[in-house]
Design a binder for this molecule. Structure first.
Ligand code: GDP
Length: 427
């Protein structure tokens, strides 16, 4: 009864979508456990580039059931748009295949407006959120005033609850932020229509997972964002509002830890970050620009250029510790081709003191006090995009991967050498 958890090892955008797509071949259920449509998982397959924000990345494998779990927050407009987009491509997205946990919370237009208002009010201290309403909806959830997907089972009653919450949000927008209220009648009418459309997808998510596990099926748990964006274990306050780490799969889907057979950390062969906050190995020079260009490092959700930098070993070790990785998937190795020399951060230093751990627990301010200590490693010039076996990689690329394995202490079982489904080396 194995569950496999797929987690981002850095600040998100590590290529979890393609790793989930790959692992989904052998899974019965693919279940997303955290975040909302601030995530953007890209799957390049069957002649399409799919950008999924809510529907799990296993959707292209027709044998899978795809669950949007209790820990996820859903923007119903986005979910309907995504289902329509997939249906137009001939993908079966009927209620037998796609399931929406009744306990997942619902994002309203006023959550998005509040997200924007709070970011604007922070001024120079802005977190750099995607302004999708994620922070405010999780805040409402924790304050126990939120709306749950299950309430859409009765669209009219749902409309009434939406009305009440929108009125509260509107008062906040007006009185606290001095903004115009959003049109209540319009939002309520839309919510009723969306509930009518989505209610057939509602399910008891935890029950579905339990049944799958009891039947010996493989449940692939898909995380959004990454370890350093985790609300508890990331570089607070520059984090997202959900549990991105492996433990989030248990709370976000509702099953026990004994079912977890594998925890797959997904890391890029370098590091990127979107939004504000500390990023010790950031490159603000032409090498950073080169990585951004070669890696197409622009946000799936916002189109924002991602900040790029060297691979950071203390981060990977920290992620392995917090999540209990059993293995790593290392993506985008192809992007490093032709860069000489490559650098990797092996430790941190401050006033002569050296540490080999990443001080995320102490928050963003503490992280900025430390400088990375680099080591140079040899690069390679061979085009590796058509490599499909370990032996096809040049020695320097293999040495790079082996160094990661040694430092993190787990095997690298998947190496990405291009965005396409086939551009992968499995070990
Ligand atoms: P996710 O949110 O973790 O799924 O990551 P994103 O989808 O936002 O970002 C990953 C991006 O890298 C996507 O555009 C992928 O198509 C692309 N990608 C994934 N793996 C590889 C790889 O091995 N090489 C290259 N060049 N691109 C990759």
């Amino acid at each position: 009864m194995p569950a496999i958890v797929v987690v981002g090892a850095q600040w998100g955008d590590e290529g979890k979508g393609r790793v989930v797509d790959d692992l989904a071949q052998d899974a019965h259920m693919v279940a997303r456990y955290n975040g909302g449509d601030n995530a953007g998982h890209t799957v390049v397959a069957m002649g399409h580039t799919l950008r999924l924000h809510l529907v799990p990345s296993g959707i292209l494998h027709p044998h899978t059931v795809c669950l949007i779990g209790a820990g996820v927050v859903i923007n119903p407009t986005q979910l309907v748009a995504e289902l329509d987009q997939l249906a137009a491509l001939g993908v079966d997205v009927g209620p037998e295949r796609v399931k929406l946990a009744a306990a997942a919370h619902v994002i309203l237009p006023t959550h998005r407006a509040l997200d924007g208002a709070r970011e604007a009010a922070r001024g120079r201290e802005a977190i750099g959120t995607t302004r999708r309403g994620i922070g405010p909806v999780y805040a409402d959830k924790a304050a126990r005033v939120g709306l749950r997907a299950g309430q859409m089972a009765d669209p009219e009653a749902f409309g009434e609850r939406v009305l009440a919450l929108v009125q509260v949000h509107n008062r906040l927008l007006q009185e606290h932020y001095g903004l115009e209220p959003l049109p209540v009648g319009e939002i309520v009418a839309e919510s009723v229509v969306l509930a009518q459309r989505l209610r057939s997808y509602l399910a008891d998510g935890s029950e579905l997972v339990a049944r799958a596990l009891a039947a010996g099926q493989v449940v692939l748990c898909e995380g959004a964002q990454g370890t350093l964006l985790d609300l508890d274990h990331g570089t607070y306050p520059y984090v997202t509002s959900s549990s991105c780490v492996a433990g989030g799969a248990l709370t976000g889907l509702g099953f026990g830890p004994q079912a977890v057979a594998r925890v797959v950390g997904v890391a890029k062969a370098y590091t990127t970050r979107v939004g504000a906050g500390p990023f010790p190995t950031e490159l603000t020079d032409e090498v950073g620009d080169r990585i951004r260009q070669a890696g197409g490092e622009y946000g799936t959700t916002t189109g924002r250029p991602r900040r790029c930098g060297w691979l950071d070993f203390p981060i990977l070790r920290y992620a392995a510790q917090v999540n209990g990785f059993t293995e790593l998937a290392l993506t985008k190795l192809d992007v490093l081709t032709g860069i000489h020399p490559l650098k990797v951060a092996v430790a941190y230093e401050r006033d002569g003191e050296r540490i080999s751990r990443f001080p995320a627990e102490w928050g963003a301010e503490e992280v900025t006090r430390w400088q990375p200590v680099y080591e140079e490693v040899p690069g390679w010039d061979e085009d590796i995009r058509s490599a499909r076996r370990w032996e096809d990689l040049p020695p320097a690329a293999r040495a790079y991967v082996e160094r990661v394995e040694e430092v993190v202490g787990v095997p690298v079982t998947l190496i990405g050498v291009g965005p396409e489904r086939e551009a992968v080396i499995l070990r």
